[in-house]
Ligand binder design. Structure first.
Ligand SMILES: Nc1ncnc2c1ncn2[C@@H]1O[C@H](COP(=O)(O)OP(=O)(O)O)[C@@H](O)[C@H]1O
Ligand SMILES: [Mg+2]
Length: 315
């Protein structure tokens, strides 16, 4: 659905040159929900604006929804929907009017039916007469998405779809995006700087930092790239810690074991599976446990491993 090679964009201004995007290759298959994850300033919006024909690339090529970006930008525009960061609705215009205008703009024939169906699907029913500015944050985001979908594009671009929304509205929006893909097969390419959003919503992630893609894969694959799971064992008696270490460092799943006081920190392959036999080994060594904790690597650990910085700090 998207094939981009060497996409780059440089901005030249009074304060010099900014290489916002430095040669991005990416492929998105039909029906995928792909997340473009990276800190603020990484180049997400710039890439999206190039893929949606709003900004000319300095270098590179792309085919988007079956049309060449440079040769047929109008063809690309007809086949995609685009929801800008922060949306683009006029706060004074009623919801129904906004939708109708968009449908006319795209020459949608069955306007009324299409708008009614979209409003039903995106929980916008009854909001027609309300000015967009009077909607809640979540409602406005759903209106933005409805506007992007009016002409039934097979590919939808969403730039930071849930930024500024409360947790409940964010979860609700994720449900709508998933339903869109599951029901209509809509391919979704979205940017986000939220780790939980990337994890919960996306089939596949591209991680971008400083204008370059630094990693890609499913959230699970990316997590596997960093050191394994961490099991923290706290003993009832500090005296038992060395025999505990002895019992566990021979365990086939344990890669590393470090001791601090009465606490043993184990780096473990597939922690969830290993947990029971670790407990049995400790039991066999006569060690009494105070607590046991399993932590799986987060996407932030992945970003940290790859770039040396935390995504939270980088933002
Ligand atoms: N129109 C512009 N003129 C100059 N610099 C820009 C422009 N748009 C973006 N940039 C710069 O390009 C970099 C990437 O920006 P952007 O793509 O908006 O990042 P993101 O969406 O990941 O937060 C930033 O350093 C930003 O300041
Ligand atoms: Mg942005």
């Amino acid at each position: 659905m998207i094939e981009a090679r060497g996409l780059a964009r440089t901005f030249t201004g009074r304060n010099g040159t900014v290489e916002a995007v430095r040669g991005v290759d990416l492929s998105v298959a039909p029906g995928e929900i792909v997340g473009f994850l990276g800190p603020n300033g990484a180049g997400k919006t710039t890439t999206l604006r190039m893929l949606t024909t709003l900004l000319a690339p300095t270098a590179g090529t792309a085919a988007v929804a079956g049309r060449d970006l440079r040769a047929d930008p109008a063809g690309v525009r007809r086949r995609i929907g685009y929801v800008a960061q922060g949306g683009g609705t006029d706060p004074g215009v009623p919801v129904a009017e906004e939708l109708d205008l968009q449908a006319r703009l795209y020459g949608v024939r069955d306007r009324a039916a299409r708008i009614a169906a979209l409003c039903a699907r995106l929980d916008l029913e009854g909001l027609g007469p309300r000015p967009a500015g009077s909607l809640s944050g979540g409602q406005r985001r759903r209106l933005d998405i409805a506007l992007g979908l009016v002409h039934r594009p097979p590919l939808l671009f969403l730039d930071e779809p849930t930024t500024g929304l409360d947790p409940q509205s964010r979860g609700n929006l994720w449900d709508h995006v998933r339903a869109m893909r599951d029901r209509d097969g809509t391919t979704v390419f979205l940017t986000t700087h939220y780790l939980d959003e990337a994890d919960a919503l996306c089939d596949r992630l591209l991680i971008i930092d400083r204008g370059r893609i630094v990693a890609e894969g499913t959230p699970a694959e990316l997590r596997r790239r960093v050191a394994g799971d961490v099991v923290t064992v706290e003993l009832a008696e500090p005296a038992g810690v060395e025999s505990a270490r002895g019992a566990l460092s021979a365990h086939p799943a344990v890669r590393e074991a470090a001791v601090t006081g009465a606490t043993l920190r184990l780096t473990v392959e597939d922690g969830e599976k290993a947990l029971m036999s670790l407990i049995r080994a400790l039991d066999g060594a006569g060690v009494e446990l105070a607590s046991l904790n399993l932590a799986r690597p987060t996407l932030d650990d992945v970003f940290l491993t790859i770039t040396g910085r935390s995504l939270r700090e980088a933002a």
